[in-house]
Design a protein around this ligand. Structure first.
Ligand code: F6P
Length: 543
């Protein structure tokens, strides 16, 4: 294992290469190679990925692949797929890829047939979903379920809500899903106040079943349900199901374990959408479509597992992210889906990427000497164009961006999809090639305005295009990013599968709670800023 990746010859070679490449412009790189746009592209399952508009040459790709070789990326990939305990700080396997293995696959990990376990839960989910969707499963009063409310947070919310929104075109049983995550009481209030409890099903999703936000929201939901249905406790069993790894806590909460769908500690929260955590999505689109999504994930998994680094699309994109982060000093990365259905994709990716790679010690606990974990952000096109693209085009920073689009729309209204896609193509070209002062002047622009209208170009982007947004291509897209994250984590030698950094805030929130509500509280032990803020809050709350 490499101890400090920056001390390797491969890292040094990239550093020198970056220095040589500074000053190169995409205009020149394209002019020098008329086939660059076809050559620097790859196919992974149904996704066509053009990375030619990145600030790279063939030599960059070769050097990045050499770095991957140095950190034994291929071996690390094999280790993940085989169930090695890569999540060292929690001594756990990292096996979200097993969630989408086909039924006839085999994978025995720690003496357990993982594929059989996964499909047993999928079968239970499918049977439950079918009963709800067909109306066979009825609420306490005999009413059919028409609304599913997913209560969860982080990976127990962001994946399901993002997928539900992405696959809305495939909803086919008249079931609408809503999502509650925030402990701000406004969230649960606004989400359920206009619902009919008789036809509402709550899916409480929590890997640990100990998350403050989720339990508080679930308690409120339960209270609302019982109040609405006359107080008969028996109603809970018809209106609440749980998704968790912790059977005991589900039971303690008052949900019948018969109504619980399990998953395993080897599934990280932010990787859990293809597990039972996706139950609300399955309720909306059905088990067959859900299965197509899993098959899409699996197709990308197979690409990542079996393709040499030079043609391995997730590996290449992960390496490009390292290139920008560590060699070209780009701290952020934009993800810009040209699909309204993917409007929650950037939010989902924020947890996937930043909770995974926001680490500052290596796997063995040594502080890193290099930047890790870029900031991911974005909005769907074309909304972003009228908001922050100005900074991407003419700002001073380097912002690599992923543009995601689909050739076939779900709603082909007149020429709107072609107009939409012309924006997609225009933006990546404008970012890359810009407009020179000579070109601006030649348009008759007044001399004093020329510098304001110059578009420097040389802003990198990757175009990811699929034929159509289907459950399968959606699964491929999500798995693509999971594996990008893995690749980056491997280069940085960090553990992308734990999240200790979120713990302190949770502990302190529990410590502060009594200081907000108690009488005669002593704020002396609290820092002066927080004490002043709490005192002020208490006054405004009349305490
Ligand atoms: O925010 C930290 C975190 O542990 C995430 O990793 C996780 O997705 C989220 O909280 C929710 O956790 P749980 O599913 O256990 O409620």
């Amino acid at each position: 294992m490499v101890t400090d990746v920056t001390a390797t010859a491969e890292w040094q070679a990239l550093r020198e290469h970056a220095a040589q490449l500074r000053g190169a412009h995409l205009r020149e790189l394209f002019a020098a190679d008329p086939h660059r746009g076809e050559r620097l592209a790859g196919q992974a399952a149904d996704l066509y990925v053009d990375y030619s508009k990145n600030l790279v040459t063939d030599e960059t790709v070769r050097l990045l692949a050499a770095l991957a070789g140095r950190v034994r990326l291929t071996e690390r990939i094999a280790a993940m797929f085989s169930g090695a305990h890569l999540n060292a700080t929690e001594d756990r396997a990292v096996l979200h890829t097993a969630l989408r293995l086909p039924r006839d696959a085999t994978l025995v990990v720690d003496g357990q047939d993982v594929v059989a376990d996964v499909h047993a839960v999928l079968d239970r989910m499918a049977s439950f979903a079918e009963r709800v969707r067909s109306g066979q499963w009825q609420g306490h009063t005999g009413a059919r379920i028409s609304t599913v409310v997913n209560i969860g947070i982080g990976g127990s919310d962001l994946g399901p809500v993002m997928a539900y929104e992405a696959l809305k075109a495939y909803r086919d049983a008249g079931i609408t899903c809503r999502f509650v995550s925030n402990i701000d009481p406004t969230d649960i209030h606004d989400t359920i106040h206009d619902l009919d409890p008789a036809s509402t099903l709550f899916v409480v999703v929590s890997k640990t079943f100990s998350t403050q936000e989720t339990l508080a929201n679930a308690r409120q939901a339960r209270h609302w349900l019982l109040e609405g249905l006359g107080g008969d406790e028996a109603a809970v069993a018809r209106h609440f199901v749980a998704v968790s790894t912790n059977r005991q806590r589900v039971q303690d909460f008052g949900i019948d374990p018969e109504n619980m769908f399990g998953f395993w500690d080897w599934v990280g929260g932010r990787y859990s959408l293809p597990s039972a955590v996706g139950l609300s999505v399955m309720l909306a689109i059905g088990a067959d479509r859900f299965g197509e999504m899993l098959a899409g994930y699996h197709a990308m998994d197979e690409h990542f597992r079996t393709t040499p680094v030079e043609r391995n699309v997730p590996a290449l994109l992960g390496l490009l992210n390292v290139w920008y982060t560590n060699f070209l000093d780009a701290p952020t990365h934009a993800v810009l889906p040209y699909s309204q259905y993917l409007h929650r994709f950037p939010a989902y990716l924020q947890q996937l990427t930043m909770e995974s790679n926001g680490k500052s010690v290596t796997v063995d606990g040594t502080p890193v000497t290099y930047r890790t974990g870029e900031i991911f952000w974005g909005e769907p096109g074309t909304n972003g164009q009228h908001a922050f693209y100005q900074l991407m085009h003419q700002g001073t920073g380097l912002i690599p961006a992923d543009f995601v689009a689909f050739s076939e729309p779900h709603h082909d209204l007149g020429d709107m999809h072609d107009l939409f896609m012309s924006n997609f193509f225009a933006q990546t070209a404008a970012l890359a090639f810009g407009r020179t002062a000579e070109e601006v002047a030649a348009e008759g622009t007044a001399a004093e305005l020329v510098p304001h209208k110059v578009m420097p170009g040389n802003h990198p982007s990757t175009s990811i295009v699929a034929p159509r947004l289907t459950p399968a291509t959606f699964g491929q897209l999500v798995a693509l990013y999971e594996h990008i994250v893995f690749t980056e984590g491997a280069i940085w030698d960090i553990n992308p599968f734990d999240q200790w950094g979120v713990e302190l805030g949770k502990v302190m929130a529990n410590q502060f709670a009594p200081l907000l509500t108690g009488t005669d509280v002593d704020l002396a032990a609290v820092d002066s800023s927080t004490a002043t803020l709490i005192a002020r809050y208490r006054r405004q709350r009349g305490r």
